[in-house]
Write a protein that binds this ligand. Structure first.
Ligand code: 2AL
Length: 175
């Protein structure tokens, strides 16, 4: 998709296309639309990042809470967003053994119990083993550290989702 096409979208079209680059947060795409035109995909990505940066802590935590657990209930029920499904699949989370799933479920629960938001990581930049390692290690962080790390992971997910929509060859355009 060319940036001219993106910049010509009305807000309904824009939210339809970019509404899930931040998982289940179409409100963010609806807000970012105001900032068009976007000279490049990186400029568009920066607008998503700037909006998230501008939120109070409760808003950032709210974004994290919109993320499904890795290998959690939504995956089992088949109710993940298409993007999440593909990401979790790619990280090998759809083919866990019963004991791996149990371990991940227990760790996810302990993490949520401590931080009151789910463990979030860019699944496509990891595999089963690194996800387990990160979860086991990040659970020892402070809430402040985890909020920062998790939002960085959200931005990595956003980066890859944007690239999926806008092909790498069409990242810049003359306005
Ligand atoms: C996810 C997800 O659904 N996709 C991804 O990359 N990470 N969820 C999560 N809790 O980290």
């Amino acid at each position: 998709m060319e940036m001219q096409v993106v910049n010509a979208m009305n807000y309904e079209q824009f939210v339809d296309v970019f509404g899930n680059v931040i998982e289940k947060c179409p409100l963010i795409a609806a807000a970012v639309w105001t900032k068009r035109p976007f000279p490049s995909v990186s400029a568009l990505e920066k607008r998503f990042g700037d909006f998230i940066d501008s939120l109070p802590r409760s808003g950032k935590e709210g974004i994290l809470r919109c993320h499904p657990d890795l290998a959690g209930r939504d995956l089992l029920r088949g109710t993940l967003s298409a993007e999440s499904q593909a990401e979790q699949n790619r990280a090998g989370l759809t083919t866990l053994t019963a004991s791996q799933r149990f371990q991940l479920t227990e760790l996810n629960a302990a993490y949520k119990n401590k931080f009151h938001f789910p463990f979030v990581i860019c699944a496509r930049m990891n595999d089963r083993e690194s996800i387990m390692n990160q979860l086991s290690s990040r659970i020892h962080n402070s809430p402040e550290q985890e909020l920062q790390i998790s939002i960085k992971e959200v931005l990595k997910i956003c980066h890859l989702r944007l690239l999926d929509i806008i092909s790498p060859v069409a990242h810049t355009t003359k306005l």
